[in-house]
Design a protein around this ligand. Structure first.
Ligand code: ZN
Length: 396
């Protein structure tokens, strides 16, 4: 085992037990928890968290998606560090969970029950060693995370009620990178609708053809905006340009029927110097500038996914993470930006706290065959444990 500079936090890292991580992950993976149906796994997680040594409360504001809140008090006064993770997985079928010496597979294993198992092990190690840290560990686990059915109500409820730390570690994210900024993201929908009925091609009024012409114009304007965003200068080398993406275009449903509606859907990802409302306003202006006949309307609606954020790399929690990573792996941890949405995108802008992400092994998230490598899990858990201890003690 690698020697970790003889620091108290490094010594505790050696107490992480891969076997217990695997047992906990296995138990959690065997309880299905598609978004919106997290009750069973929440109750089991609450029980496991209590057994690990935390004081646990189950908040049932959301009946089918309860929040689990756990607290572990340190041996002296100090800051509150939040360990956060979501309980749900995407509602996509997967083969039954399987287990070997090296991996555990199943829906939700990588995203992110491995992280929840990591949280349990950290609480257990800290409790067993007599809670040798100042302050408090606050565990929050919640459902309704995965878009498009999840809208993060669980986590946002906690934030609104002031249940968050002074800093947080989110147990999923980019592996081997310290994410210090992230793009915001929203799904946009555009409906182009004409007055009148759906009819046979041969009995249509000439104006019916304007629906297609207007839809093409919308696509063309979106394409121009996409290129404009891609070419625009910006101050975020870690993130790259803003992006506008078209994922779906639906026009018509039969070869000789005249439709009355077209539907487009895609994403917009923006920089930390903008907010969701800015982007929404910009698309609104773009759409209202598109020429259209009187019988056609263009409407936009949005599914907000997450806000953009950036945090100072000199924040204690970032310094603690980079120090811990170097100590466990022997390698430096580079700073990075993220284009995908993590709960960091909620904690930083809405709770107003610095947050980092630690991935135990999320590489196979959302894959047809989702699995976790147990050796990676152990390493990630040790990095997170040491980050927590160094943050709480201020030794970084
Ligand atoms: Zn996830």
């Amino acid at each position: 085992m690698r020697k970790e500079s003889g620091s108290p936090s490094g010594e505790l890292g050696a107490l992480v037990q891969p076997k217990r991580l695997a047992e906990d992950l296995w138990r959690l993976v065997c309880i299905p928890s598609p978004t919106g149906q997290e009750r069973d796994v929440a109750m089991s997680f609450a029980e496991m968290l209590g057994a690990a040594g935390a004081e646990v409360e189950v908040d049932e504001t959301l009946q089918e998606s309860p929040n689990v809140i756990g607290r572990l008090q340190g041996s002296s006064a100090g800051p509150v560090l939040q360990l956060a993770g979501h309980l749900d997985h995407i509602p996509v079928d997967h083969a039954e969970p399987q287990r070997t010496e090296r991996i555990i597979s199943g829906r939700g294993s990588a995203d992110m029950k491995c992280g929840l198992a990591g949280i349990l092990e950290i609480v257990r190690v800290l409790k067993e060693s007599g809670c040798p840290f100042p302050g408090q560990i606050l565990v929050t686990a919640y459902g309704l995370h995965e878009a498009p059915f999840g809208d993060s109500r669980g986590l946002l409820n906690l934030i609104e009620r002031g249940i968050h730390g002074e800093a947080a570690i989110v147990f999923e994210g980019m592996r081997d990178r310290a994410v210090v900024m992230g793009k915001g993201q929203s799904i946009w929908n555009i409906n182009v609708v004409r007055e009148g009925e759906v009819c046979h091609e041969l009995s249509r009024e000439p104006e019916a053809d304007r629906l297609l012409e207007t839809t093409v114009r919308v696509i063309e304007r979106l394409r121009e905006k996409k290129e404009e965003l891609a070419a625009a200068g910006h101050g975020y080398p870690l993130l790259g340009p803003q992006s506008l993406f078209i994922g779906q275009v639906h026009f018509g449903d039969f070869y000789n029927r005249v439709p009355k509606q077209a539907f487009l859907q895609g994403t917009w990802r923006w920089h930390p110097d903008r907010r969701f409302q800015d982007v929404r306003g910009e698309l609104g202006v773009l759409l209202s500038g598109i020429a259209r006949p009187e019988n056609i309307t263009i409407e936009d609606s949005w599914i907000f996914v997450g806000e953009a954020f950036s945090i100072d790399p000199e924040e204690t929690i970032v310094r603690a993470l980079r120090k811990a990573y170097r100590s466990v792996s022997g390698m430096p941890l580079e700073l990075a930006g993220s284009s995908s949405i993590l709960d960091v995108n909620r904690l930083v802008p809405f709770a107003g706290i610095p947050a980092v992400s630690v991935s135990l092994d999320g590489e196979r998230a959302h894959a047809d065959y989702e699995y976790v490598r147990l050796d990676r899990m152990e390493r990630g858990c040790r990095v997170a444990l040491q980050t927590a201890l160094d943050y709480l003690s201020g030794e970084c």
